[in-house]
Design a protein around this ligand. Structure first.
Ligand code: PLP
Length: 420
């Protein structure tokens, strides 16, 4: 059983501005995590928590693996960093690109690496989609369609195409030449293509399972339907696998669960399990073709720390663990365990529905508007860390090493925290 954690106000006045946090209240209740081991975390006061949220959808191999630290330390001693701009390369970056292209469901893939994570990956993917059509002699194909409630990061383009309007408070309008459609309707995309005109649309951007927007698995036929529409209208299908990749849905990039082939895949988070930051974009053969076959088409885009050898080494070591320990298959067992343990909560009067069944991620949707943050805090007091993914949804996204008994612990914490 988890120990009882410290819940009272802290005395320090923090100088740290936390992402996505109401600092007027958070400043008094920072929870300082000091140590991690597998699914367990400890705070400064020695209280133990079950990390049922994989930190922030990313600790796929669990915390505290010294083999990753050892591999990174060895690389840092050999060559801490040197640029991959122009014609420079380093072995870890080359090896990672090779491996990702091999694992990619898109034949002939090439990869751009981003140092920070998913936000840079999305901005890169959208810039490249527009640039692709420019190279193809269709410069008017710039419009990007994304989905209501989608989260695609905090950089300029991700902010500009995101489907959570509040994320643009004070920032202004959505990005010009973009629009958002209902997140579960093939017809909505079809209507938008008719409205905008296929010959003006560069790309459709879609998470296989919507994560930050509250864990929404796609309805049956949705992914196949939108992929077919993109194919029929020659629109690039950009799959945002930042959350869904590296085992989360039981496959390397999430999208393999459906019988479709995207043109572009973004990834981050689980590619290193967060041991160091790294993300990137895989481009299928079609998008690579104009850039790789003819000279004079340099893309003026890239980040100083792209291909950082220490981060690439962390990714290689992390992927080796996922592979060696069979964590893709394990994710499918966790999918069943989460469904078995969480679905019965639908009998509770406070619970509207439980969403699960596509990988090691699930959400408990509450009846009460604004109820999720409170439930999250009661779960924390019971020793289980989850995330309020919307005002009404509490998301669960454990490391792929979690045992059935530990999934039971999550279920018990929900039952206890929901009350009688
Ligand atoms: N895309 C998706 C689907 C995400 O869930 C996120 C982050 O949660 C991002 C992009 C942004 O990634 P990052 O926070 O690593 O920049």
């Amino acid at each position: 059983r988890p120990d009882t954690p410290f819940m009272g106000p802290r005395t320090q006045d923090t100088r740290l501005w936390h992402p996505f946090s109401d600092m007027a209240t958070v400043r008094d209740r920072e929870l300082v995590i000091t140590r991690g081991e597998d699914v367990w975390l400890w705070d400064e006061d020695g209280n133990r928590y079950l990390d049922a949220f994989a930190s922030l959808w990313y600790t796929n191999i669990g915390h505290g693996r010294s083999e990753i630290a050892d591999a990174v330390a060895a690389q840092m001693r050999e060559l801490e960093a040197f640029t991959i701009f122009f014609d420079y390369a380093n072995r870890p970056a080359l090896e990672l690109a090779e491996l990702l292209a091999e694992l990619s469901p898109m034949p002939g893939s090439r990869v751009m690496l981003t140092p920070g994570g998913g936000s840079e990956a999305i901005d890169t993917a959208v810039k490249m989609a527009r640039r692709y059509w420019f190279e193809m002699g269709q410069p008017d194909r710039r419009h990007v369609v994304s989905r209501a409630h989608a989260y695609h990061g905090s950089n300029g383009i991700g902010t500009g195409i995101g489907g959570i309007d509040a994320n643009r408070d004070g920032w202004g309008a959505a990005l010009p030449e973009t629009s958002r459609v209902g997140h579960d309707s093939v017809e909505a995309l079809e209507g938008e293509i008719a409205r905008v005109g296929a010959d003006r649309i560069a790309a459709f951007v879609c998470e296989p399972v919507m994560g930050a927007g509250g864990v929404h698995p796609p309805p049956p036929g949705y992914i196949e339907g939108v992929a077919a529409l993109c194919r029929a209208h020659d629109i690039l299908f950009v799959c945002d696998s930042v959350i869904c990749g590296f085992g989360r849905l039981g496959t390397w990039f999430g999208i393999e669960r459906w019988n479709v082939e995207p043109d572009v895949i973004t990834f981050a988070k689980g590619v290193t399990s967060g041991y160091l930051p790294l993300g990137g974009v895989l481009f299928g053969a079609r998008v690579c073709e104009p850039f790789w076959s003819e000279p004079g088409r340099m893309v003026r885009h890239g980040y100083t720390f792209a291909g950082h050898p220490a981060c690439c080494t962390a990714a290689l070591a992390n992927i080796a663990v996922i592979d060696r320990e069979g964590l893709l298959d394990r994710a499918l067992e966790i999918e069943r365990d989460l469904t078995a343990v969480l679905r019965p909560l639908e009998d509770h009067p406070a619970v509207a529905e439980v969403r699960s069944g596509t990988g090691a991620m699930a959400a408990v949707e509450l009846v009460e508007e604004g109820g999720a943050p409170g439930l999250m805090m009661r779960m924390r007091a019971a020793g289980v860390l989850v995330r309020a993914s919307s005002p009404t949804a509490v998301a669960v996204c454990p490391p792929l090493t979690i045992t059935r008994e530990q999934v039971d612990t999550i279920g018990e914490a929900f039952a206890h925290s929901l009350g009688a």
